[in-house]
Design a protein. Sequence first.
Length: 248
Amino acid sequence: MRYKLVALDMDGTVLNEHKQISEQNADAIRQAVDNGVVVMFSTGRGIQNITAYVEQLELQAPIVAVNGGEVWKAPGMLHSRKALQPDVVKSLYEKAIQEDTWYWAYTPDGLMTKDTWRELPWEEQQWLKFGFYSKEEQKLRGIQSWIEAMGELEVTNSHPTNLELNPKGVSKASGLSEVCALLGIQMSEVVAVGDSMNDYAMIQAAGLGVAMGNAQEELKRIANRVTASNVEHGVAEVLHYVLACNKE
């Protein structure tokens, strides 16, 4: 099987604990690109928190941002944007206040957190993603049940202590599907690599789904392969495997 595209999650995957790309991972990414493989980021981050890494690696590939809320054809070239309904975000915000949790949201202008929240007219803003954070597992489970009862949101996480919300049907998998259409390739030709539940859909949909050694157990159970952890250059291991497959 020849793999044409490798989609990498960022935090907990290609980035180490210092939010850096190791030399081993960077070298493997460059080697893959030099051998004709499209290497791209598919992340929960907003584009403002992705760009520096794209520039570091000199990537010209598409980008899936905010868990599929945005698809970029290439750096600086927005292809699509799928926003949450303002009244839904208002309800999520009020729930966060009521439950006394940390919260954040992405807009096209960047990240707003509980500490930096600005009172904006709800309907005048494009809301790309909303998140809750709490170390109280029972509280998070209660919020998740409340959200799922609404029936109009995609519920994932990027860590067991948070919840991330996008419009129903919007995920890293839906974003990668758009990228495949742009590039004229099939999802079977995609390798997806991640560590958290917001990677679940793309790992399940890709031709080869890879969970990091440090991934949440539920993700490891559905992945085709498990690689080394993010501090053991697991991404480099995956890319070396891809290049070996492509030579067969």
